[in-house]
Ligand binder design. Structure first.
Ligand code: SPD
Length: 362
């Protein structure tokens, strides 16, 4: 009798543990990419507790996804990485019957994202942005002259220009599939080219300006720009605006600006997706649907300064954000934006090798 009771107790405890587990949602998202109260509100609305980890590189996320059993329920790859991860069977198709807030999404932007994920079968736009240049207005003017117009990739890629800025600190993203195409574009080559000679030319240009670059990192530049510890960063639009906001809050006399260079820039979409082996796909769907609520998306945009793909949220986004051409590019700037290239495995290996050479000189 005693044994039976114990067995029943164990069974109950195990069921309880499973249930408790089912009420946890594990999210893996980019750093500095969510409003302060989003997760709290989600838990209040659904009773689902959240664990939240961050990364600052698609390569790091990809390694985890390809290894499998990540334990995450929602992840946020950029659309080009998403496409090849879908091909590798990393994500489950979304159950759209659980996503009524899909009706809030901007049809044109979702159609753009569908170029990487036909019919938006596996993912929904979280935020989108551009990869441009953040800079300290006074520090750059001091070195290049009050009349110097910051509107070109030459700030980084012209060795004479970047040499004049090296002392105040230039950082670039540790993102080879963004930096090498940006250099190719500056050279007048197609940034979407997978041609080895073109990629080598882009990498060679980066090697030329390497002595002027203080570091390669994809998140540290937010605080460094804001504190005046660096003066130029190749960065993601919203992150640079966060640096601007932090400097303004600190009242430290640092003015940060963001520019989409006149030669053009990468436009990217970060996408919410559910790993095929997610422990809690129901909670994952609930979270994705929650984020697509107009007010929740607007709150995130208002906090992280990134454009979103949610048409219904736009009237709730601060005018300061909707009217900023660095966040919502003008039609003229849009014409110069290029979309991310999806590289095959061989080209990807070439890029990785070139990037190691750019960073280490070997
Ligand atoms: N701090 C959030 C940064 C989000 C950047 N997304 C990556 C875009 C890659 N092209």
């Amino acid at each position: 009798m005693k044994l039976r009771l114990t067995t029943a107790l164990i069974a109950l405890t195990a069921a309880g543990a499973v249930q408790a587990q089912e009420n946890i949602l594990r999210i893996y998202n980019w750093s500095d990419y969510i409003a302060e109260d989003t997760l709290e509100k989600f838990t209040a609305a659904t009773g689902i507790e959240v664990t939240y980890d961050v990364y600052d590189s698609n390569e790091v996320l990809e390694a985890k996804m390809l290894a499998g059993s990540s334990g995450y329920d929602v992840v946020v790859p950029t659309s080009d990485f998403l496409q090849r991860q879908i091909a590798a069977g990393v994500y489950m198709p979304l159950d759209k019957s659980k996503l009524p807030n899909l009706a809030n999404m901007d049809a044109d932007l979702m159609a753009g994202a569908a170029a990487y994920d036909p019919d938006n079968e596996h993912a929904v736009i979280y935020m989108w942005g551009t990869t441009g240049i953040g800079y300290n207005v006074a520090a750059v003017a001091e070195r290049l002259g009050e009349d110097y117009e910051v509107d070109s990739w030459s700030l980084i890629f012209d060795p004479e220009t970047s040499a004049k800025l090296a002392d105040c600190g230039i950082s670039v993203l540790d993102a080879p599939t963004e930096m090498i195409p940006a250099a190719m574009n500056y050279l007048g080559l197609d940034p979407n080219s997978s041609d080895k000679a073109d990629l080598e030319a882009g990498a060679a240009l980066l090697e030329t300006v390497r002595p002027n670059i203080r570091y390669f990192h994809s998140s540290q530049y937010i605080s460094d720009l804001a504190n005046g510890d660096t003066c130029v960063a190749v960065g993601w639009s919203g992150d640079v605006f966060q640096a601007q906001a932090r400097a303004a809050e600190a009242e430290n006399d640092v003015e940060i600006a963001y520019v989409i260079p006149k030669e053009g820039a990468l436009q990217w979409f970060d996408m919410m997706a559910i790993p095929a082996d997610a422990p809690n796909p129901d909670a994952a769907h609930a979270f994705i649907n929650f984020v697509m609520d107009a007010q929740i998306t607007a709150d995130i945009t208002n906090y992280v300064w990134y454009a979103n793909g949610n048409a219904a949220s736009m009237s709730l986004v601060d005018e300061e954000i909707t009217s900023d051409p660095g966040i919502f590019p003008t039609e003229a700037a849009k014409a110069g934006l290029w979309a991310s290239t999806v590289y095959d495995a061989r080209t990807d290996r070439t890029i990785t090798r070139l990037w190691t050479r750019v960073k280490t000189g070997q």
